[in-house]
Design a protein around this ligand. Structure first.
Ligand SMILES: C[S@@+](CC[C@H](N)C(=O)[O-])C[C@H]1O[C@@H](n2cnc3c(N)ncnc32)[C@H](O)[C@@H]1O
Length: 394
C-alpha cells in the first residue's frame, strides 16, 4: 500500500526516471478519486511493488495538494508539501527580488516553490537542498535548477546574489519552535543573510519579535484568513527597522513608516474595526487607526472604534447594534428579545472560546449577527454587531 510522508532515494530515482515519469503520466485521472488500497491494487497489476508504492504516493500527494501546487504534475513529499511556500506568497517575493536585478540562490530549496516563482519571473536562479531525495524531486520540478548541497557551503557568491533562506522547522518528531533548533539554525541564517548583497529569510508568522534583528525589514504576510510567514529582508533596497503588514491575494499593505494615531483611547462608538492578523502581528494597529480615523477602546486590545465606517481590506468593519457587559444569561435574553442569531463570534482579550460561548448560548433563531467579545478597562463586554461592507446602506 502506498505510504504518504516518506520518499527514500530509490523511490525518488525511480520517479525522476523515464519509467517513473511514464508511469505517472499514464495513470488515468479517475485514479485520483480511488481509496489508497484500491489505487495500490490497480498499480500493482502493472508495476513492481516498490514502484507501485512510489506512484501511488505521488497520486495521493498531488490530490492532497490540490490548488496549493504551483503547476500540475509536480513531484512531492508530504513534508515538502507542508513546508512549501504558498504560490501567491512566493510570486510576490519573486516580484520584489526581480527588482534587485541579482541572480537568486535559494539555499533551502525544498521542493522548489520559492525557486520556481523566481524562475517564472525570469531571474537566473539556483536552488540548493540538503536532503538527497528532495533535491532530486526539486531538480525535476524546476527543470534542473536544484543541486544537492548544504546551505552553508553553497556554490554561490553571496556578495553578488540575492539569497532566499527558508530554514526547516520540522523533524521526524514534529515542529520546532525554538529558532535556534531550525535547520540551518536561525543565528547562522541571519549571518548568511547579512553577508549577502540581498537576502530574504522566511520565518514562522508567530516568531518572537526578539528574534527579528534591528537591521532588517520585516513583512508579516497573510493569505486570506491565514498568517503565512514573517519575511525578513536584508541588504539592497531595504529600510532597516521597517515593519510591513501584507494581505494577499489583493496585496494591500501598511507600514510603520506611515503616520500612527497618538490619540488616547475612547469609549465605544457606532462602528468597531477588527484588524487583520498581519496588522496586529506587525504591531501596526495604531497606524491603521490613523488611516481609519479610529481610536483604540483599550490600550491592550486591538479593536478600534469610530463614529463612521471606513472601507479597508485590512480590517473588518462592524456597526454596533447593542452592547452589554458579558453575562451569558443576559446576552441570551437580549438576543432572543431582538430576534438575533449569533452567526459569528470574534474575541480579543476575552477568556471564553467562541465555540464554548456558542454552546453556552444554545440554539437561537433570527437575523444573523456577529458577537465581538472583549475586555475594556478590565470589564468584559459583548458588542452585538452587523458587518458593514462598502456600498451597503446604513
Ligand atoms: C521549509 S523547507 C523549504 C521550502 C521551500 N521554500 C519551498 O517553498 O518549497 C526547508 C528545506 O531546507 C532543507 N534544509 C535544511 N537544512 C539545510 C541545509 N543546511 N542546507 C540545505 N538545505 C537544508 C530541508 O531539507 C527542507 O527541504
Amino acid at each position: 500500500m502506498p505510504q504518504t510522508g516518506y520518499v527514500d532515494i530509490a523511490r525518488a530515482r525511480f520517479l525522476v526516471s523515464a519509467a517513473g515519469r511514464a508511469a505517472l503520466a499514464e495513470a488515468p485521472d479517475e485514479w485520483n478519486e480511488l481509496p489508497l488500497h484500491t489505487l495500490a491494487g490497480r498499480l500493482r497489476l502493472h508495476l513492481p511493488a516498490v514502484e507501485a508504492a512510489a506512484v501511488g504516493e505521488q497520486i495521493a500527494l498531488q490530490q492532497r495538494a490540490g490548488p496549493a501546487l504551483w503547476r500540475p504534475r509536480l513531484l512531492l513529499t508530504a513534508e515538502g508539501l507542508q513546508m512549501a511556500t504558498h504560490p501567491a506568497v512566493a510570486r510576490r517575493r519573486a516580484k520584489r527580488l526581480a527588482e534587485l536585478s541579482l541572480p537568486v540562490a535559494d539555499l533551502t530549496a525544498g521542493l522548489g516553490c520559492d525557486l520556481w516563482a523566481c524562475i517564472e519571473a525570469g531571474m537566473p536562479a539556483l536552488g540548493v537542498e540538503r536532503d538527497p531525495a528532495t533535491a532530486l524531486l526539486a531538480a525535476s520540478n524546476t527543470e534542473g535548477c536544484v543541486v544537492r548541497g548544504d546551505a552553508t557551503r553553497a556554490p554561490v557568491d553571496p556578495q553578488r546574489s540575492a539569497l532566499i533562506i527558508d530554514p526547516s522547522r520540522r523533524t521526524d518528531s514534529g515542529r520546532r519552535f525554538d529558532p535556534a533548533a531550525f535547520s540551518p539554525p536561525w543565528g547562522v541564517v541571519i549571518e548568511m543573510a547579512r553577508a549577502a548583497a540581498a537576502a530574504v529569510v522566511k520565518g514562522p508568522p508567530g516568531i518572537s519579535h526578539a528574534a527579528i534583528p534591528l537591521d532588517c525589514e520585516v513583512e508579516f504576510v497573510q493569505f486570506g484568513r491565514g498568517m503565512r510567514e514573517a519575511a525578513l529582508w536584508f541588504g539592497a533596497e531595504i529600510r532597516p527597522g521597517l515593519k510591513r503588514a501584507v494581505l494577499l491575494p489583493g496585496g494591500d499593505s501598511i507600514t510603520s513608516a506611515e503616520t500612527e494615531s497618538t490619540d488616547e483611547t475612547s469609549a465605544p462608538q457606532q462602528f468597531i474595526f477588527d484588524p487583520e492578523s498581519c496588522v496586529t502581528r506587525a504591531g501596526l494597529v495604531r497606524h491603521l487607526a490613523h488611516q481609519l480615523g479610529a481610536t483604540l477602546m483599550d490600550p491592550k486590545i486591538a479593536y478600534l472604534t469610530a463614529p463612521a465606517p471606513t472601507a479597508s481590506p485590512l480590517a473588518a468593519c462592524f456597526e454596533v447594534l447593542d452592547a452589554l457587559p458579558f453575562a451569558v444569561g443576559r446576552l441570551k435574553t437580549r438576543l432572543r428579545e431582538r430576534g438575533w442569531r449569533p452567526d459569528e463570534v470574534r474575541r480579543r482579550g476575552f477568556p471564553v472560546e467562541p465555540d464554548e460561548l456558542r454552546r453556552l448560548l444554545g440554539r437561537l433563531d433570527g437575523e444573523p449577527v456577529t458577537l465581538l467579545c472583549t475586555t475594556i478597562c478590565d470589564r468584559r463586554m459583548v458588542f452585538i454587531a452587523r458587518q458593514w461592507r462598502p456600498g451597503e446602506e446604513l
